[in-house]
Design a protein around this ligand. Structure first.
Ligand SMILES: Cc1cc2nc3c(=O)[nH]c(=O)nc-3n(C[C@H](O)[C@H](O)[C@H](O)COP(=O)(O)OP(=O)(O)OC[C@H]3O[C@@H](n4cnc5c(N)ncnc54)[C@H](O)[C@@H]3O)c2cc1C
Ligand SMILES: *[C@@H]1O[C@H](CO)[C@@H](O)[C@H](O)[C@H]1NC(C)=O
Ligand SMILES: *[C@@H]1O[C@H](CO)[C@@H](O)[C@H](O)[C@H]1NC(C)=O
Ligand SMILES: *[C@@H]1O[C@H](CO)[C@@H](O)[C@H](O)[C@H]1NC(C)=O
Ligand SMILES: *[C@@H]1O[C@H](CO)[C@@H](O)[C@H](O)[C@H]1NC(C)=O
Ligand SMILES: *[C@@H]1O[C@H](CO)[C@@H](O)[C@H](O)[C@H]1NC(C)=O
Length: 504
């Protein structure tokens, strides 16, 4: 999750508790931005593609080309650090729209790319390169609940906030991330960790079935453990990496607890090292009803620098006992518990504001970081010119670890957690942004080599990551390539970080 959200969660809770989420301009889910340059597409690159308009003329949904009044709104995605300019954005409304689009992509030699919520860290919702065909699935927004099987068929165009709201009305939730604007399609197929992750697993762990349009326009349904089981393996962890356009996911749903408790624990700068070591020590014994993340910020203004924000799925008394050992051993400077409801937690998340940022990710082994690693990290965060934050999604979860690494494409299982190192760049000039990102990437290379495990989390995608195939998919790379060859032999769905049809 990151950027502002986690930070604000505990500071502005009740103020915005009434706010209802979303349903903004269909073209632009990011009504405001900070620090983004005006978009200006490169005419020489984007001369109209001959026959594209004609080819798409029978599409039922909206079709937006460069030069159309809504073109720039239709390509606004979460990150504006880079901008990529598609040759067309298609708001598909039916399977047939997707099939027609893919037919045109094939015949006119254009790369199609799926877009759900536009929250890819590297703007892969717009292809991550110029000249693609964006197939936006936001009209695929059904949510059909089956109370008998405790599952819901959910269109990939839904945003997490809408799903949480609709399910909460009937007392259920899905296990997914914390940012209400994130789209299900990109999120659930690459992992998905949030407030119930330690108890119910990642979103991808909760997929029981899916539907997809593949590279030759075939609509495949269902994709499950017994039908197209190879694809079922691939889409749970690598489903956002170029297998096709996923239109719906059937996810397990879980009952909402009537009362949940927020926990906020903070430490002073001088306590960081000890606190981190205590976390690693107690993590595997932490009650699974607790999920949260640690947040390491620069100590500017001498405020708290290290905090733990968590949700306990139950009453305060249980929450207190769940963190008793942690508190006794680490002696936080500040502790706060607050009973609330699941819906209030969802509603206290502010909408994400489009802005420039760079994020890298790291997986941390069960033993945590060494003291030296923490020092190196704190030193980096404190001394960089641009504001940086390290956020740690605390996995240390039996539920996630118990699932065999071979049962899906998602490999990050027996770990302490995932760290994302985040630079918010909105307050810096383009030159300073470039300098900061360069230092960040240099740091990443050294830090990852010395102090973390080899792997990175694919939902926190990073286009500058070396050996990314192995870092994201580990031993599954050959198998994922075989599956790609079967369903997309001509590599129609290709981006800088899609699964290739042969080993690089
Ligand atoms: C503010 C913010 C908060 C976040 N919080 C969390 C969090 O709490 N936990 C967490 O685990 N992650 C979190 N993330 C990361 C998030 O899970 C990924 O960025 C995710 O891929 C975004 O999905 P999307 O559909 O919104 O993005 P998009 O940009 O639309 O898509 C992302 C990728 O998925 C592909 N894709 C999208 N839809 C489909 C589809 N229907 N079929 C096939 N491929 C598809 C796209 O082509 C693209 O490559 C957060 C990201 C942001 C920006
Ligand atoms: C997969 O879907 C088919 C068709 O609906 C169904 O018969 C089968 O039981 C499903 N498999 C599993 C493991 O759910
Ligand atoms: C988690 O919460 C549920 C519901 O309150 C409770 O039944 C269960 O015992 C809790 N789990 C643990 C490990 O305490
Ligand atoms: C530090 O405090 C000053 C004055 O209160 C404020 O303007 C500034 O934004 C703060 N900086 C940070 C990083 O919080
Ligand atoms: C996963 O599969 C690989 C290759 O078949 C095998 O070597 C490995 O032992 C399996 N791992 C587990 C945990 O089952
Ligand atoms: C289309 O691709 C699917 C696999 O995605 C394959 O089963 C089918 O045979 C292909 N159809 C044609 C006409 O090539």
């Amino acid at each position: 999750m990151p950027l502002l959200h986690k930070f604000f969660l505990y500071f502005l809770p009740l103020l915005i508790a009434q706010a209802t989420p979303l349903k903004t301009n269909p073209f632009n889910p990011f009504p405001s931005d900070i620090g983004c340059e005006n978009l200006q597409y490169p005419y020489e690159i984007l001369a109209p593609v001959p026959y594209l308009k004609e080819c798409l003329s029978t599409i039922n949904g909206l079709v937006v080309f460069p030069g159309d009044p809504n073109y720039y709104n239709s390509i606004k995605v979460a990150n504006c650090r880079n901008s990529y300019f598609p040759v067309v954005v298609i708001y598909v409304t039916t399977i047939s729209d997707i099939q027609k689009s893919i037919h045109c992509a094939n015949t006119l030699n254009i790369t199609p790319t799926a877009r759900s919520g536009g929250h890819s860290f590297e703007e892969y919702g717009n292809g991550g390169k110029n000249g693609v065909m964006v197939i936006d699935v936001q009209e695929f927004n059904q949510i059909n609940i089956n109370f008998e099987t405790k599952t819901a068929v959910i269109g990939t165009g839904n945003r997490l906030g809408e799903i949480y709201h609709k399910l909460n009305k009937v007392g259920y939730l899905i296990s997914a991330g914390e940012c209400i604007n994130v789209g299900l399609g990109g999120h659930a197929t690459g992992g998905g960790f949030g407030w119930t992750g330690r108890k119910y697993g990642l979103t991808s762990d909760n997929i029981v079935s899916a539907e997809m349009v593949t590279a030759n326009g075939t609509f495949i349904s269902p994709i499950n453990l017994t039908h197209h089981s190879d694809l079922f393996f691939a889409i749970r962890g690598a489903g956002n990496a170029g297998y096709g356009i996923i239109t719906s996911l059937t996810l397990k749903i879980y009952p909402v607890q009537p009362i949940v408790t927020t926990i906020k624990i903070s430490y002073l700068p001088e306590q960081v090292e000890l606190a981190f070591i205590i976390f690693a020590k107690v993590a595997k014994n932490l009650n699974e009803n607790l999920s949260g993340n640690m947040n390491l910020q620069s100590k500017s203004n001498n405020t708290y620098t290290f905090s733990f924000n968590a949700i306990y799925l139950g009453i305060e008394e249980e929450a207190r006992s769940a963190v008793k050992e942690l508190i006794e051993l680490s002696k936080p400077a500040y502790i706060k518990f607050e009973e609330t409801t699941w819906l209030r937690i969802v509603d206290s998340q502010p909408s994400f504001v489009r802005q420039p940022f760079k994020i890298t990710s790291y997986t941390i082994p069960p033993s945590g970081f060494s003291q030296e690693a923490i020092r190196v990290l704190v030193n980096f965060i404190d001394n960089l010119e641009c504001e940086s934050i390290a956020l740690f999604d605390l996995y240390a979860s039996d539920v996630i670890s118990r699932i065999s690494i071979n049962s899906s494409a998602f490999i990050h299982r027996n770990i302490f957690g995932v760290m994302e190192l985040e630079q918010q760049l909105k307050d810096y000039s383009k030159d300073d942004q470039i300098k900061c990102v360069k230092k960040h990437l240099q740091f990443r290379q050294e830090f990852q080599a010395k102090y973390t495990s080899y792997f990175s989390y694919q939902d926190y995608i990073d286009r500058d990551l070396s050996d990314w195939l192995t870092r994201y998919y580990g031993p599954h790379v050959p198998r994922l390539i075989e599956i790609k060859k079967k369903y997309d032999p001509n590599n129609l769905f290709n981006s800088k970080q899609s699964i290739p049809t042969k080993l690089p």
